[in-house]
Design a binder for this molecule. Structure first.
Ligand code: MG
Length: 164
């Protein structure tokens, strides 16, 4: 078993869609970034890369590369899952927390879980998404941005499983 940690932060701005866990969430602002700035998916990507010993998301998908401009982060996650599998691992579970002062994310957690489970090719019971405010404290509490953390655990495939 291997574990990895992912953490990400993005600024909130007007005139952008808010995408979290691949789900569009109605809100007056969205996250700013080169891709769709899905802070949750980016934390998941880094947790998976960390657990597999494959570096970080910026190394694989530089924010200077026009190919990744406004790309759905689910596409980046899919490519990372392919890399993880090619290196002989399968996802055991993911546990993530999104930090956001607003909007309330609980109505969207089930859809985010489904969306991640589909891309990671696992069952929703192996993916847990939590959401919390920071009680008005700090940059997240002032609504200047959102952050996310994720822990991933991977199971190392045996030689026979790899061939399947
Ligand atoms: Mg990011």
């Amino acid at each position: 078993m291997r574990t990895g940690l992912g953490y990400d932060v993005h600024r909130l701005v007007s005139g952008r869609r808010l995408i979290l866990g691949g789900v569009e969430i109605p809100f007056e602002k969205g996250l700013l970034g080169h891709s769709d700035a899905d802070v949750l998916v980016h934390a998941v990507c880094d947790a998976l890369l960390g657990a597999a010993g494959l570096g970080d998301i910026g190394e694989h998908f530089p924010d200077t590369d026009p190919a990744f401009k406004n790309i759905s982060s689910l596409k980046l996650l899919k490519r990372i899952c392919d890399m993880v599998r090619a290196n002989g691992f399968r996802v055991n579970n993911l546990d993530a927390t999104v930090f956001a002062q607003a909007p309330r994310l609980s109505p969207f957690k089930a859809e985010m879980t489904q969306s991640l489970a589909r891309v990671v090719e696992t069952t929703p019971d192996r993916i847990n998404i939590k959401a919390t405010t920071t009680e008005g404290l700090g940059a997240v509490g002032r609504g200047e941005g959102m952050s996310a953390m994720c822990i991933a655990s991977l199971e190392e495939l045996s030689g026979r499983d790899r061939q399947c």
